[in-house]
Design a protein around this ligand. Structure first.
Ligand code: S3P
Length: 195
């Protein structure tokens, strides 16, 4: 993949002196770790952490799984688009946003997310998603049999959308804090964070 920066030589160790110049928007498939990594990144940088799914649940007073069950996916996607549009008001350098795995499916959302901040893709493979989410009932799109096939097919369908990210980080075998540090180093090297 071209257009993404290499992080291997990063030597950042402390973060409290870093000043975030853009917001960070985490995208990626279900189970990629967007929430845990997002919260760790926000904590290290001392900025606010925002989750689009949590905002939708607060706004509607209903769980995401219930929204899907009662009104269907398109209705959920409309709510998701509204929340993303609202987040464009966030001043630069003030937050880390974690999105739902399908937030990048609509082109209008990608444009809005790019207005909010730099898009960082957390990469995860099928086996890892299966390991993390098997048996969990809170992901309406991953219910039923043939989970492996469903994940593979969704990943394939979404590949181009995820490739719209400004940066990508492989999450395999890494702890949330390590990934958070990698994200910070990636942006710092690219002068999206200054010290
Ligand atoms: C979805 C991912 C979920 C949630 C909804 C739809 C998706 O969020 O937004 O169930 O389409 O991939 P997570 O990525 O946090 O699981």
């Amino acid at each position: 993949m071209t257009g993404f920066k290499n992080t291997k030589k990063c030597r950042c160790t402390t973060y409290n002196h870093y000043s975030l110049e853009h917001n960070i928007v985490l995208i990626g498939f279900m189970g990629a770790g967007k929430s845990t990594v997002g919260s760790a990144t926000a904590e290290l940088l001392g900025v606010r952490f925002i989750e689009t799914d949590e905002k939708i649940e607060k706004k509607t007073g209903q769980l995401i799984s219930k929204i899907f069950e009662k009104y269907g996916e398109e209705y959920f996607r409309d709510l998701e688009s509204d929340v993303i549009k609202e987040l464009r008001k966030m001043p630069p350098g003030t937050c880390v946003v974690s999105t739902g795995g399908g937030a990048v499916l609509r082109h209008e959302n990608i444009s809005a997310l790019k207005e909010i901040g730099k898009l960082v893709l957390l990469e995860v493979n099928t086996e890892e998603v299966l390991r993390r989410l098997k048996g969990k009932i809170d992901r309406p799109l991953l219910q039923g049999n043939s989970l492996m096939e469903t994940i593979e097919s969704l990943l394939e369908q979404r590949k181009d959308c995820y490739n719209r990210a400004d940066y990508r980080v492989n999450t395999e075998g890494k702890k949330p804090r390590e990934i958070a540090e990698e994200i910070i180093c990636l942006l710092a090297k690219d002068k999206k964070i200054s010290s």
